[in-house]
Design a protein. Sequence first.
Lengths: 247, 206
Amino acid sequence: MADKSNRPQLIVDGKRLDGRGFNQLRPLKIEASVLKNADGSAYLEWGNNKVLAAVYGPKEAMPKHVQDPAKAIIKCKYSMAPFSSMGEHSRSGPNRRAIEISKVTREAFESVTMLHDYPASEIDIFIEILQSDGGTRAAGITAAAVAMASAGIHMKDLIYAVSFGKVGEDLILDLNMIEDNYSDCDMPTAVSPRNNDLVLLQMDGSLTREQLHNGLQMVLDAGKTISQIQKEALQRVYEGSENGNGV
Amino acid sequence: MPRQLVIPGEMIASEPVRLDNTYVENGKTFAKVLGFYESEKRQVIPLEGIWQPRIGDIVVGIVVNARNAVYEIDLSHFTRSILIGSKFDRQAYKPGDVIEAEVKDIEDRKTLILWRPRTLIGGTILEVKPTKVPRIIGKANTMIEQISKLTRCNISVGNNGIIWLKGANVPLATEAIRKIENEAHLPGLTEKIKHMLEEETQTTSK
């Protein structure tokens, strides 16, 4: 978090800097199956974030000593393109932050993927941030979930992620870069919408118990929209086939 | 036929049902794969994904190892399979031979036992997405017989996504198969392929 002393005024007349309400998402757009070589892929634009996610596998886990004869392993690589940044994280490559995000993303997917269906296999998830404007880990997970589904991998659920935070005493949803840097709290969450299980929960800052509760409620409400957009992205790929006699 | 696109985690029935590509949790049935749910036939057809072997599947593979009368056959998707020959046809196959066989038993999810082999001599091999194989074969083999007839090719389709072709017009047959693979989810494909093949064969014969 940046220095609070020169914090810009994040909320003016009950509106946020980009004109959004407190519980309003940035415009979200997803396109599934955009890469031919990958088994599954998705391209996502969320506000100014632009994310490309690709999934390969299930394939034989390599090197062999990492194989688990009972289940699949997931490998995840989050990386920011060198040209992606709007300031703060101006280094690309495997830095501390990228390793951490790769780990939490992997764990989020491990909890919903049916790993026992693919013994001794590995599933590779690649998340590339082409343009970043805060909340890229949430954008990455949302895109990767669509990519996983379009790869035909067995999953319990199609997860989504979104962050919420606090400015003064106000809770705000889906923080952009400047809010992320100067807010009093930033909490990325990923949710399995089938039963509203949390599969990722991180916090930078502090919240009261009540604020946490209200914030999560805000996430779950907005999640319905995100899930719907994810589903529509997958539907568009197979458009025109509902009345078919195929397969 | 009413069909509905389902995504992983979408509820299919509010009671426990045993269906392929679904799972049961808290007494409810959910889809675990992106696919079409056909409520009449009660099945979830996956749209993408790797091959999941079943007993009785026909496979096409390449012999990679031959020891006495035990052959190891590569079926791609890193599924290993073992064919045990009878004691009369010792060393019937060499590494590199292409064979068609049936899955007799599934040892574990990675090792299969095959039987009823048939050698495929010469020809070319094509790999397709295993989820599109039922569409390539068609209802009661209609699609594959049509391609076979119009291009005068012998075609052997394995459920593992390997297709063996040999005959007069392999490039055209390949093109037709690729078209099916790309448009597998669209209706009226048998007619479309027939049209395409007839047009092609007429122009070449002129």
